[in-house]
Write a protein that binds this ligand. Structure first.
Ligand code: NAG
Ligand code: NAG
Length: 249
């Protein structure tokens, strides 16, 4: 690469999730990419939402946080501005953060008595970070190496690794042609953390990488659940913020 070639590249991150978990069936697992919005269904709701409580646990034995109490949003939680209760008593969370992963329960109370059994949603958040995103401007130049870390944040009763194996969850990187990248690709270093919950792609950027996409997919039993796309752009084309979040579908 010649020195005259000062092509600056921008890394753009796009997200897409297949919200099969919110379709209303008793699928307790919901996968979502950070930055997206999600709707968690309450399957035991009564005629209106004044009996509805939404409870949250980040870990198995962490304190339970009340997000919604008797149909009213609690305003003392740090993320209450991103939460709302849908007309069907579902819990809407806007602009998902990686810290939103965890175990959500919908419970009904009438006259101080719990009604029926709770319904639960186990929310898993897929998040990609790049080595060059330490500053808000993600300008990356050809010749530099970039490291993209794709992590699944999960509430797991056991360690993330045991859970990932038992549920047949897999994280992997795919190139633009849709081919799964493996350790044997000479251009890439693909590393999986020992618990399989983080997969890292490391490569040196080339000028030809302009507009190139790498995608991190999470699958469960070979079905794609969510994915994040990282796109390399020339900075001349986009002058606004360098990491942009948007839905692909
Ligand atoms: C990525 O690859 C480059 C070049 O091989 C290397 O210098 C760098 O240390 C690697 N980074 C990580 C985090 O593995
Ligand atoms: C990765 O996810 C995308 C988007 O959902 C999908 O179109 C593609 O087929 C998936 N690729 C693989 C190898 O699973």
């Amino acid at each position: 690469m010649s020195d005259e070639c000062h092509l600056c590249l921008l890394g753009l991150i796009f997200l897409s999730s297949l919200l099969t978990g919110t379709s209303g069936v008793d699928d307790a697992y919901v996968f979502i990419s950070s930055g997206e919005d999600v709707r968690l269904l309450c399957n035991n709701a009564l005629h209106d939402c004044t009996s509805t409580m939404w409870l949250y646990n980040r870990f198995r034995y962490s304190a339970t946080v009340e997000l919604i109490a008797l149909g009213l949003k609690k305003t003392d939680t740090e993320r209450h501005e991103r939460l709302s209760l849908g007309p069907d008593c579902s819990l809407n969370i806007k602009n998902i953060a990686k810290e939103d992963y965890g175990y959500y329960s919908c419970r009904q109370y009438v006259n101080d008595k719990q009604q029926g059994t709770d319904t639960h949603v186990d929310l898993h958040v897929l998040h990609v970070s790049s080595s060059s995103s330490s500053s808000s401007q993600t300008e990356i130049s050809a010749g530099r190496s970039v490291t993209l870390s794709c992590q699944l944040y999960s509430f797991a009763e056991v360690s993330c690794g045991d859970w990932i194996c038992s549920e047949r969850i897999e994280l992997f990187w795919v190139n633009q042609a849709g081919v799964k990248l493996t350790r044997s690709d000479s251009r890439y270093q693909i590393l999986s953390s020992s618990d399989h919950c983080i997969i890292t792609l490391n490569t040196t950027l080339l000028n030809e990488d302009h507009n190139r996409e790498w995608r991190c997919n999470v699958t469960q039993r070979d079905q794609v659940k969510s994915s994040v796309t990282y796109t390399v752009k020339s900075s001349g084309e986009k002058t606004s913020s360098s990491i942009s979040y948007g839905r692909v579908c």
